[in-house]
Design a protein around this ligand. Structure first.
Ligand code: GSH
Length: 125
């Protein structure tokens, strides 16, 4: 069941983006309702580079999450924010070693694998 969030959560996302997937999975596990705003990363030279979106996310990447007057970027930072603001259905284990393991797995993907198989790297190559 989805929990409606009074002040609304908006996620700028792209269906094939693994970084946006991370956030969508977190929102789904927590059962948080959100409005998805698609950013097509390929069409028209990539909508992430269009002025309107660049104003929101100067790095020109998805995801970007809007909540409570905040503009949040970077999937892991967004997940930590959601964990703190909506602690029901925690994403992290209760013990410190468990949390370190989950963070290590997340960083393995987000910091070591993903940066080198990204769209902009592929386009450059
Ligand atoms: N470290 C960032 C990575 C974000 C990222 O690289 N997103 C990709 C999609 S998975 C993107 O927007 N790529 C657009 C591009 O390379 O131009 C995060 O975890 O949010």
């Amino acid at each position: 069941m989805e929990i409606p969030v009074d002040d609304g959560i908006v996620l700028y996302t792209y269906w094939r983006s693994s970084a946006a997937y991370r956030v969508r999975i977190g929102l789904a596990l927590k059962g948080l309702a959100f409005e998805a705003r698609p950013v097509h990363l390929v069409r028209e030279g990539g909508e992430q580079h269009h002025d309107a979106y660049r104003g929101l996310n100067p790095q020109q990447l998805v995801p970007t999450l809007l909540h409570d007057g905040h503009v949040l970027t970077q999937s892991l930072a967004i997940l930590e924010y959601l964990e703190e603001r909506f602690p029901q259905v925690p994403l992290l284990p209760a013990d410190a070693a468990g949390r370190a393991r989950v963070r290590a797995l997340a960083q393995l993907v987000a910091c070591d694998i993903h940066p080198i198989n990204n769209l902009r790297v592929m386009q450059y190559l």
